[in-house]
Write a protein that binds this ligand. Structure first.
Ligand SMILES: C[S@@+](CC[C@H](N)C(=O)[O-])C[C@H]1O[C@@H](n2cnc3c(N)ncnc32)[C@H](O)[C@@H]1O
Length: 212
């Protein structure tokens, strides 16, 4: 089915509306950040929220906080004793995220770290129930192996941007490291017997992986 603008608008009109705090976060990001297109938008944020509410994860790991949109969505499924750990290397984006985390309904359950996730997450000594991979696309293979090693059996990993604006099916030039890595990543996950997986063609493509 060709999802034209009218169909997408119909879907949005018949889904839970975007909360005010996320509308404001989105506005602030567009005003203050150089690359606002890295931000999640509500159709994906709502899916992340609903998946988290289904899983009810005790521990969530997020790679790539940016200004905090997806973290606030994922935190909605945490039980009362749950925690979300989110990592980013961009301190300016994290400062915006921190100001919105402080005001959101899950403020005490989100721990944001200014550090590469691959350096920080393994030192927490935790096993995660849910991982959201949304960091540097050129590092997806390394992030995936690290995440899988920290994920419990039966846990879920979500990887964003796996269709990369449609470039994923095209022949990529040798210097297009983002597309080439994402193609290699998708092929690797397809052949990875440790997991079950599906690519959802939502927005820029979201892979859902379940560790066996
Ligand atoms: C697409 S943005 C994340 C968007 C955010 N998850 C959302 O949906 O609103 C990617 C972020 O990953 C961060 N990043 C890059 N390398 C990273 C690393 N090694 N560890 C953690 N974050 C990283 C970038 O600084 C950038 O802010």
């Amino acid at each position: 089915m060709n999802l034209n603008a009218a169909i997408l608008d119909y879907c949005a009109q018949h889904s839970t509306p975007e909360p005010l705090i996320l509308q404001e976060l989105s506005r602030t990001t567009h005003l203050r950040v150089v690359q606002p297109r890295m931000l999640s938008e509500w159709s994906q944020g709502l899916l992340l929220q609903l998946l988290s509410q289904m899983i009810q994860p005790r521990y969530v790991l997020e790679i790539g906080t940016f200004t905090g949109y997806s973290a606030i969505c994922l935190a909605q499924g945490l039980p009362a004793n749950g925690m979300l750990y989110t990592y980013d290397v961009d301190d300016e984006a994290l400062a915006i995220a921190a100001s919105f985390f402080a005001r959101c309904n899950r403020s005490s359950q989100i721990a944001a770290h200014c550090q590469s996730a691959r350096q920080g997450a393994p030192t927490l000594g935790l096993t995660f129930d849910l991982v959201f991979m949304d960091g540097d696309k050129r590092e997806y293979m390394q992030d995936y192996e690290m995440s899988l090693s920290l994920l419990r059996s039966g846990g879920f990993l979500l990887a964003d941007n796996v269709l990369w604006d449609g470039k994923i099916t095209e022949q990529a030039p040798a210097n297009d490291k983002h597309t080439l890595t994402l193609q290699a990543f998708n092929d690797f996950v397809k052949n990875d017997a440790r997991v079950e997986k599906i690519i959802l063609p939502l927005r820029d493509g979201l892979t859902i992986v379940r560790k066996k």
